[in-house]
Design a binder for this molecule. Sequence first.
Ligand code: GLN
Length: 493
Amino acid sequence: MELFEMTAAGLSRLLQTEEISAVEVVESFLGRIEKVDPYVKAFITVSAEQALQTAAAVDRQRAGGEKLHPLAGVPVAVKDNICTKGVRTTCASRALENFIPPYEATVIAALHRLGLPVLGKTNLDEFAAGASTETSAFFITRNPWDRERVPGGSSGGSAVAVSTGMAPLALGSDTGGSIRQPAAFCGLTGLRPTYGRVSRYGMVPLASSLDQVGPLAMDATDCALLQGAIAGYDLLDSTSLPDEVPDYGAQLEKPVSGLRLGIIAEQQGEGFDPEINSAVTRAVRVLKENGVIVDEISLPHQRYALSAYRSLVSAEFSSSLGRFDGVRYGLSQPGENINRMFSQSRGLSFGPAVKGRILLGTYILSAAQYEKYYLPAGRARTLIARDYSEAFQRFDLLVGAVTATPAFKIGAKRGDPHQMALADLCLVGNALAGVPSISVPFGAAGGLPVGVQFTAPPLREDILLRVAYFLEQHRESGTIRPRLSFLEEGGGE
Ligand code: GLN
């Protein structure tokens, strides 16, 4: 087995016993990126030199007998909306095409402190505003299971990097599904942590009241390892939670029996691909056979989730993107007066999907519309959050689909923001409620991976990871790596 085929936990074991060096590990993944990335285009920037430097430092420390974090020397790919000091951070936007952050996001500082080399920065929908990675200003990323299909988004590059063995782990961000949906489309385990569990400092916002950074990995064990490395209180993020971070890995093997599981009526069934419904049903069945107590639950305000989410995200987005005015940084165009200068700079900075959201958000926040759209969206959010907290009086976790269909064809929903938004149906209610959710690969639909989604009460990522781990042991198909037949056929860009 090549190093790039191993999980993070497997690499960690060999690194700790010094059977392999961190430099060898990084070199293996860099070689894989060189070979595979031309066919799928997951990376915007590869930071080979920095990754090798971190790896060499880890090897030196280990040789010196220092006690290191289990993941020291295990590399990570990072979504390109998370600031990396000295490494270009573009948000897949012309606005930031040449932006080299002078500071480090808190999660990146944690990776450096623990010795995880950063392999590079991955592609996304421009400013993370999308669900397909098609709206990147630079190029689209392809799904390695079928290159005619999207990898999901917006963390599509991160998902593809892990699924093809270009990185053992990746960081994504999830505002309303951007970790969970690409994880489902590519066959990975993707966790959206509780709002505030992982620092957002240095993540370029899509909508600050919803944004969360989180891990994408091949399995629950790796997901737990990376989540443990990035979670924790941060003084620099005012919404950061002070609670102690548990040892997620130590709880994976705890039995699932006795857990009370609610099947969300609105998140499977009619309107969902039959093979997706069947994956949910089979996951529930195997849990039930192992002592999980199952019942149905309805989240009555779920029907407002999509429109509330759209309104709130657009409003927050239009206000946070106000900073890209061409004056302080970013793309800057001259103009005969200050207003022309702003509009020329912003006009060239953003793609149509981003402009559409800015327009919608600005409209919603205007004095005449605020009471009509923004305030009711906030009220709906409260009702949705209440549905979840009431559900968690009866249940320890909830289950449903991640998406109604598996990965769709490139171009199928482009230019139709309504269809694209509908794809977020199961992903935004839990995000609005601030509760943690996980996408667990289970089953397949027409040869494409399918994810089942679990949602838990605040700070109970441990339950989600435990159930993900359990289902892994009961998966019909062993391997969830795509066969990259295109590598033999050639034709990469
Ligand atoms: N697809 C959702 C949207 O377009 C989610 C984006 C995200 O989570 N970053 O808003």
